[in-house]
Design a protein around this ligand. Sequence first.
Ligand code: FAD
Length: 459
Amino acid sequence: MPSTPSAADDSPITLIGAGLAGTLLAILLARRGHRVRVYERLPDQRREVIPAGRSINLALAARGIAALERADVMQQILPLLIPMPGRLLHLPDGAQNFLPYGQHDHEVIYSVSRPGLNRLLLDAAEAVGVELHFRQRSVDVDLRAQRLLMRDESNGNSWELPLHRVIAADGAGSPLRGALAHGLESRVREDWLEHSYKELTLPADTFGNHRLHKNALHIWPRGGFMLIALPNIDGSFTVTLFLPRQGPESFATLQDEPGINAFFQRHFPDAALLMPQLAREFLEHPTGSMATVRSERWSHQDRLLLIGDAAHAITPFHGQGMNCAFEDCSELDTLLQQHSNWDEAFAAFDRTRHPHTDAIATMALENYEEMRDSVRHPKFQLQKTLSLQLELRFPDRFVPRYSMVMFHDSIPYALAYERGRIQQEILDLLTRKVTTLDQIDFDLAAQLIQQRLEPIAGT
Ligand code: FAD
């Protein structure tokens, strides 16, 4: 019978990066009896204030929750969560339109603070015996000499670690990804989006209450760009502007306070009214870039494995980067139980996970178009309503793609993508000549669904 590799042999597992995936994986491995040490380039964020840098809050969904439950930390995280059962659209004429994400009570996503979640995972890792080392940066890998080159950020000294059972969870900018690709002569592709983002604050009112509807993900879709807002537990919202880098309406043209205020007055007057520090924050806060990273190889023998954003960073438009990174941790944990040695488990992860991370990368990009543009159109809204209706009528065969990704952790991403493609063809056919739900030919719908969609196991 296969056994968990090397739990008996006491050589430690080295994790690089104490971000979201690094800490969760450390907990899972330590709970299986492994010795785990984690090296993080930043100081300990539980003791020093570190600017969140990016995405101050995140949307947590089923895949992430399943992994957190597996690590037995979900109960502690519950107080950090704000349920968001749908999108609240803010249209240019001031009208608001709430579009639910799902149709069952449990079909909600949750806004969660990145630093809050990360600190909690650090505490939980320490509680199960994980060694945490801060201000230690990985710099390079020498596959031939089997060494990992590190730098102590507190004094600038370089030092080395043996390259043995090293798991790199050092995020989208991972230096180890490039070093691995170089050593294995494999390909890495980074596709940078022509749009960037800026995070701003919509503060709480004087009583600490939310000034917009608390339980929603707010979107101001404007075609070529958009503003979104996610609630925080202190009553504020984190507002993010996604906008082209260059062009007539772009970050390049927003260089001074009058220009920034005029832009917001033109496109988002209702939000601007609630953001007194808008122009100052806009000038002070960094502008973030977004890329999809596809690496041909994530592993080398039992020596090195990349996970999370280090392996496959994606754009944030499906709210799945962290969820996918957490799912990586669950998958690896399962593979370590199924394979009797580390190189088999690393290789199996590398082999089996690629189709799924490729699929979510594509769906994330498609969702940008949906959020900033399609969501405004009557045809899109009709198709969304119809999808929910078809799910009610054919629950084992038709599950809206958004729901498969966000609420069904047992449906792998690649399957969600493939079924979503077929479902979209069915929706396009059914709505080609109609504008309302009561004009839909449900007999044809039944026929198409029976013909083209196999039942999904476990729905
Ligand atoms: P990270 O969380 O980036 O952690 C990497 C860690 O490694 C960090 O602690 C870093 O300091 C450390 N590190 C980096 N380099 C080194 C080094 N050389 N040596 C040692 N340590 C190092 N995902 C969602 O699921 N839902 C969302 O709503 C969502 N919204 C997002 C919004 C934006 C604007 C962005 C940019 C991303 C969003 N994401 C979202 C994606 C999510 O942030 C990432 O997918 C997630 O953080 C990946 O986790 P990770 O542990 O792989 O990387």
